[in-house]
Design a protein around this ligand. Structure first.
Ligand code: CUA
Length: 277
């Protein structure tokens, strides 16, 4: 009876926590988010579908286990005139059953997810569009607690006077691949752009790469997803995606201003590195 009681309590918690969570979400400003934000990147759909596949697989497995628990608890419980039935699961039959279930769970859950993941990694995440003439290259330097972004000016070279450097704001054209190379000045930071479905750690002394392609104009949140100290929560910025023509105009202007205000003596601002594919 105690087991049944515990299970009913667990079910009640599961059922009640959803409205509680919804209320908590309602208490904060901004849109209510029951799931991931809208995907606005070229390959983000792969992340979403993997997310839902895993959720469905784990959800179904969970329901099967719950169902088996309910059936056995009800069937084998003590009743007036009937003694509770139980065993230790130590017979050969039980061991074989356990082994079979483990193999099935591994094949259906882990192996299939691994297969899809490797496929996505090869086809998108690791397939950097380096040969694409449309690709925009960006260098990022994380620091406690801000993101420094750098795009080459009209000369297309990093580390020159017309580089467009900004803090916590990245401007990219819509529909063009963007390769981001990043490092850190101090501790590990993680560049996270939820709407683009990308997240990449940037470590001091190393350069890591990630790429995305924004398909919809707008302002999107850039976050740091690695606890990097006391003001980690303040380390966020904006990704602005605009149509190509607006971006061209913006870049020409920003690059001209950068060149005009370039300070040869400001060594702090000269953190660019040579781009290596
Ligand atoms: Cu940088 Cu958290």
């Amino acid at each position: 009876m105690r087991a049944l009681h515990a299970m009913l309590c667990a079910a009640a918690v599961l059922v009640l926590q959803s409205p509680a969570w919804a209320l908590a979400q309602g208490a904060t400003d901004g849109p209510k988010r029951w799931g991931p934000t809208e995907n606005v990147s070229l390959n983000g759909g792969r992340v979403d579908s993997l997310f839902w596949i895993i959720t469905a697989l784990v959800g179904v497995s969970f329901l099967i286990v719950l169902l088996m628990l309910f059936v056995t608890v009800l069937r084998d419980r003590a009743r007036p005139g009937v003694k509770a039935r139980y065993d230790h699961g130590s017979s050969l039959h039980d061991k074989r059953f356990t082994a079979t279930v483990s193999v099935i769970v591994f094949l259906v859950l882990d192996a299939s997810v691994l297969w899809i993941t490797m496929h996505d990694l090869r086809e998108t995440v690791w397939a950097f569009p380096e040969q694409d003439p449309q690709t925009l290259r960006v260098e990022v330097l994380g620091q406690q607690w801000a993101w420094n972004f750098r795009t080459p000016g009209v000369d297309g070279q990093f580390g020159t006077a017309d580089d467009v450097v900004s803090i916590n704001h990245l401007h990219v054209p819509q529909g063009r691949p963007v390769i981001v190379h990043g490092s850190s000045k101090d501790v590990i930071h993680s560049l996270f752009v939820p709407d683009m479905r990308i997240k990449r750690d940037f470590n001091p002394g190393a350069i890591n790469a990630v790429w995305f392609q924004a398909e919809k104009p707008g302002d999107y949140e850039i976050l740091c997803a690695e606890l990097c100290g006391f003001a980690h929560y303040q380390m966020h910025g904006t990704l602005t995606v605009v149509p190509q023509e607006s971006w061209d105009a913006w870049q020409a202007e920003a690059s001209t201003i950068a060149q005009a205000t370039y300070d040869e003596t400001d060594t702090e601002a000269r953190w660019a590195w040579d781009w290596k594919e």
